[in-house]
Design a protein. Structure first.
Lengths: 288, 443, 321
């Protein structure tokens, strides 16, 4: 950590420290304030939501909201959270594995067409994923794959940027000498990959997994196109459907707000559990 | 965590089950001619997509009473449900029945995605209002059964009307006059609200004025956005914009009810489905409201408008007779309607049948009104005077999307309603002709 | 938010690829080199299925139009009309203005966002390590909030009728319209910036920490002020990364969809259904039901994105070498 205080050079003045910390606190406030609104709102009932000041508490109805949210449509909210976890975990696992394998293949074997392939990967990773959602939808609709778990998982599996990272990690963390040594010991190429390379690339793998997991959790576009029937929704789409519903029959705002708050929790836990990799992994990926 | 895991497992199982079911129920696209087939025999299972609260419970009741015709309910909530329905028809995995609004029923029919049920549906025609039957029969062919209706009427802040010295308006001219009067008393007060995303205000006004944007005439469409009636409706909107008499709260704005609750806007168009939620959404103005008939254009020909929900029968449905039977039971039998129209069901459904009187009382919120007007009568009157001239043309949905784009500009005062109507007229005729459909401009 | 993942973390030196040179991969045609292809096979198959085929399929669709007859409620047929749809897209003013709007807005918003992120990263560089961890965690909170939820929160905060901010302003007899004219862009920009600064700060922070200390130790010993060091040593050394991140974020912005779609709920006059290219495509496909036209729009947008990416790629490549 390159903090000035330990820099050994000129110590920062007290005023500078106060100013720096003050500014950081200000932005911290900016980052957290909307979440405050969410917390306050989740304690209100429908009537208070509209008639009391939004940034401060009135009578506490969090318990009711909490209960309602689990009861609504036989616990569909829990199902959504479950779906989100399922899609994110499977999608990120699949994508990490496929990406590491492809990256490793491209980094460690000089087969014909490798250059073109790598250029395609870099090019494709520039294409915003949502752009392809509609064409993808057309194809999946044609073969009847829409509204199945595969309609979201298959596109998540294919992640050019992950392949790119996989290649960078394979390049930097799997020494050729080790592979040669394993070959001399008579290990097959597959075995080398599974028992040597994968372990060496694990930090990189976790980074890919983490980025994918968060990306999939937050994704809205693909499920919006592909999934139908509320029991298949991830939590983001579910909340959106509640918001939409407010216009047709029943005002769902208290549930929307409480649900929003709850939907952040699993991801926050996930993020902070992996905070260590967050730094080293990203650093490696972004700076190579 | 074990919660999550089991739920995840359940999803996986459900997903694979979906695949299996889809494979089994996949019909091979029998085309749209099943109407002529004799009534079906034996045990049948119909899939039914809907997103109305309370319908699932009704399906269970039906299933108990009709072992021969089992209905499998799918809650198809979501913004893109219609397109998913399209995809399902194309892939041969469509349900037999689906909830649709009138606009999309026409759209689906135009794209050949529905089953012609004119013959098997005929026995049920008499149960519904002509306007409702119109909505399921675009171009004269029946593709579904009416589900519910939302006839329009007016709710106003009686306390503020009194304060500003205005009376409940009978005609749209009265509305404008009342708006001006109220604004003279308090310059921040608006008489009406028109949302920037929602051109349905113009649709409703045109419908009430007796306009016919689409009219089937033999084998061609007469498209008329600029008839005298349509222009009259447009003119009301224009005056409301020009004189700044309407607020512009979006109906999708989570705080939209505050607009009226705080008395910034003092009158609104409302309908049956909204009534049950008013008690919670108007905490400050409870007991200060009154209902009135929708404002009219011509007191000699009182007309209001509605939007209809329907149950469409999709292409590939092997049992259109049973589908129609179930849909008719759901939306016309006393048994089903009594439960569905109860606010406790949260369905928001109001029947499209001829006699609505048994279902009115329960939907009237208890604390909302001041008791000085007969709410039930307003509702039954509205249900009985829905204009039956309105037709949905084959490109109505695309036209609506086009109108929606221009409507925002009208609300901002960047475009005149008259010009929008003229351009919609041209757009609609061109679009229809481009698709190979006969259409001419009406005026 | 998915974009930010796939674009913002993009390694700045995508092209230079130096480690490959360091190592000596098996030569082309050498024993077992084809096995590399085997490792890439799952990806390649997936790529074919989710990139190549859909694009081909969309292209095929975009050459078609749906025709009907009579009153339009009879059978329909699909006819090939060549490039008619593309012709309409190319002359569709609304489509191109949505593109221009998104790019112009994106440029400014991303510049502001990266500016703030850089500022924060520099500030973090100047506080004690324990505080760094605390601030980093706090500032990253918006990143873990799903796009839909963050849009929702701001939607409530911007709501012309329900926002507590309006209530607060009203207490001091002020009012601010969050939408209309330039304010629309400020509000949307604020939402996107709020989502993005934490993540970008981490990236920039990482780059700063990777700078060799010798670079500025000398200046520090000479008694140069911290801000001076930041301005003349730290920033110039990470400009390349900033520019690259900025450009790729801009490409990502072309798919802007969920945020304006949600904000439209409270500002329909300001955010029309064709506000961004993706919204326009969505509307054409799923509201108006014109798949063929939407497919053509999708492809044109993909081509424009491709061209932009290519241009940026060349520019930065030249700069780097």
């Amino acid at each position: 950590m390159s903090s000035v205080a330990t820099g050994g050079g000129v110590r920062p003045t007290r005023r500078a420290v106060v100013l720096t910390t003050g500014l950081l606190l200000l932005f911290l406030l900016y980052s957290l304030a909307p979440t405050w609104f969410l917390i306050v709102s989740s304690t209100k009932n429908q009537t208070d939501l509209y008639s009391t000041f939004g940034l401060w508490f009135s009578s506490n109805h969090f318990g009711d909201n909490f209960q309602q949210i689990w009861q609504y449509h036989d616990g569909v909210f829990l199902r959504w959270i479950g779906n989100s976890i399922l899609y994110s975990t499977l999608g990120a696992l699949g994508s990490t594995f496929i990406s590491l394998a492809a990256g490793y293949g491209m980094a460690k074997y000089a087969f014909r067409g490798r250059g073109v392939m790598f250029a395609t990967v870099v090019g494709a990773s520039l294409l915003p994923s949502a752009l392809l959602a509609f064409p993808l939808y057309l194809v999946f609709a044609e073969i009847g794959l829409t509204n199945t778990i595969w309609a979201v998982l298959v596109p998540y599996f294919v992640n050019p940027f992950g392949v790119y990272l996989g290649k960078v990690y394979a390049d930097s963390s799997v020494p050729d000498e080790l592979m040669e040594a394993a070959r001399i010991d008579g290990a097959s190429e597959l075995r080398i990959f599974f028992s040597v390379a994968l372990r060496l690339m694990s930090t990189g793998g976790i980074t890919i997994f983490m980025l994918d997991f968060i990306g999939i959790w937050n994704n809205f576009f693909l499920p919006l196109f592909m999934l139908n029937g509320e029991r298949t929704f991830p939590v983001t789409l579910g909340l959106y459907s509640w918001l939409q519903q407010a216009q047709t029959a029943r005002d769902m705002n208290t549930l929307v707000l409480t649900g929003s708050l709850l939907s952040i929790v699993p991801l926050a836990i996930f993020m902070f559990a992996l905070q260590k990799y967050w730094r080293s992994g990203i650093l490696m990926g972004s700076l190579k | 965590m074990s919660h999550f895991r089991s739920s995840a497992l359940a999803t996986a199982t459900a997903a694979s089950l979906c695949l299996v079911l889809a494979a089994c129920s996949g019909s091979t696209g029998t085309g749209g001619d099943t109407a002529a087939s004799p009534s079906t025999k034996g045990k049948a299972t119909l899939e039914f997509w809907s997103w109305t609260e309370g319908v699932e419970a009704q399906v269970k009741v039906w299933n108990k009473e009709h072992p021969e015709t089992q209905v499998k309910f799918v809650n198809a909530a979501g913004d893109t449900v219609y397109q998913k329905l399209r995809a399902a028809v194309n892939a041969g995995t469509a349900p037999c029945l689906s909830k649709m609004d009138g606009m999309n029923l026409a759209n689906f029919a135009a794209d050949g995605l529905l089953t012609d049920i004119t013959k098997v549906a005929a026995p049920y025609k008499g149960k519904y209002t002509p306007a409702a039957w119109n909505a399921v029969s675009p171009g004269g062919t029946t593709f579904g059964i009416p589900m519910g209706s939302s006839p329009l009427f007016t709710a106003y802040r009686a306390d503020l009307f009194q304060k500003y010295g205005i009376e409940a308006p009978k005609t749209w001219d009265d509305v404008i006059a009342a708006g001006k009067k109220a604004q003279k008393e308090n310059k921040n007060v608006k008489i009406f609200n028109m949302a920037g995303e929602d051109p349905s205000t113009l649709v409703d006004l045109s419908w009430q004025a007796g306009a016919q944007w689409y009219k089937a005439d033999g084998d061609r469409w007469v498209v008329d956005f600029t008839s005298p009636e349509a222009l009259k409706a447009g003119d009301v909107v224009q005056q409301l914009v020009d004189d700044n008499l309407a607020s512009s709260a979006s109906y999708a704005d989570p705080g939209v009810f505050k607009t009226w609750d705080l008395g910034k806007t003092i009158m609104m168009t409302t309908s049956t489905w909204q009534l049950p939620i008013y008690d919670t959404n108007f905490p400050k103005s409870k007991g200060k409201w009154q209902l009135a008939d929708a404002p009219l254009f011509d007191t000699a020909q009182p007309r209001t408008s509605s939007s209809f929900d329907t149950t469409g029968v999709l292409k590939g449905c092997k049992y259109p007779d049973r589908a129609a039977e179930f849909a008719a039971w759901l939306s016309s039998s006393k048994e089903s309607l009594t439960t569905l129209t109860d606010p406790a069901s949260k369905s928001g459904l109001f029947p499209a049948v001829k006699d609505v009187s048994p279902y009115v009382d329960k939907i009237i919120p208890t604390e909302m009104f001041n008791g000085k007007s007969d709410s039930a009568e307003v509702i039954t009157t509205a249900a009985s005077r829905v204009g039956d001239q309105w037709q949905y043309g084959p490109n109505y949905a695309a036209m609506y999307s086009e109108m929606q784009k221009q409507w925002g500009k009208v609300m901002k005062g960047e475009l005149k309603v008259k010009d929008m109507l003229a351009s919609l007229q041209k757009w609609t005729v061109d679009d229809l002709n481009g698709k190979g459909i006969n259409a001419v401009a009406g005026s | 938010m998915e974009t930010s993942v796939s674009t913002l973390t993009r390694p700045p030196t995508a092209a230079t690829d130096s480690p490959v040179r360091r190592s000596s991969p098996r030569r082309a045609g050498g024993r077992g080199a084809w096995k590399g292809l085997l490792f890439a096979l799952p990806f390649l198959v997936g790529f074919l299925a989710t990139y190549v085929v859909p694009i081909g399929f969309a292209f095929n669709q975009s050459l078609q139009e749906k025709k009907s007859s009579g009153l339009g409620f009879g059978p329909t047929q699909i006819v090939y009309t060549g490039f008619a749809n593309f012709g309409s897209v190319l002359t569709d003013a609304a489509f191109w203005s949505s593109m221009a709007r998104t790019l112009c807005f994106g440029t400014v918003q991303i510049a502001v966002m990266l500016g703030i992120s850089l500022f924060l990263a520099l500030l973090l560089d100047g506080v004690a390590a324990r505080a760094v961890r605390f601030f980093r965690a706090g500032l990253l909170v918006p990143y873990v909030v799903p796009t839909v939820v963050s849009s929702l929160m701001w939607l409530f905060l911007y709501s012309p009728t329900g926002s507590p901010l309006h209530d607060m302003l009203a207490r001091v007899d002020l009012d601010f319209d969050f939408f209309g004219g330039l304010n629309t862009y400020l509000s949307l920009g604020n939402l996107l910036t709020w989502q993005g600064i934490g993540f970008n700060m981490i990236l920039i922070s990482a780059s700063l920490q990777a700078l060799p200390r010798e670079l500025y130790e000398a200046a520090r010993l000479d008694g140069a002020r911290e801000w001076r060091i930041a301005w003349s040593v730290k920033i110039p050394n990470i400009t390349g990364i900033l520019v690259l991140t900025g450009m790729f974020s801009l490409i990502g912005r072309l798919q802007l969809f969920a945020e304006p779609l949600l904000l439209r709920q409270i500002a329909p006059e300001s955010i029309n259904t064709d506000f961004t290219p993706m919204m326009e495509i969505y509307d054409k496909a799923f509201k108006a039901g014109n798949y063929q036209y939407a497919a053509a729009e999708s492809l044109v947008l993909a081509v424009v994105t491709g061209i932009l990416a290519f241009v940026f790629y060349r520019i930065t490549n030249r700069k780097m070498s």
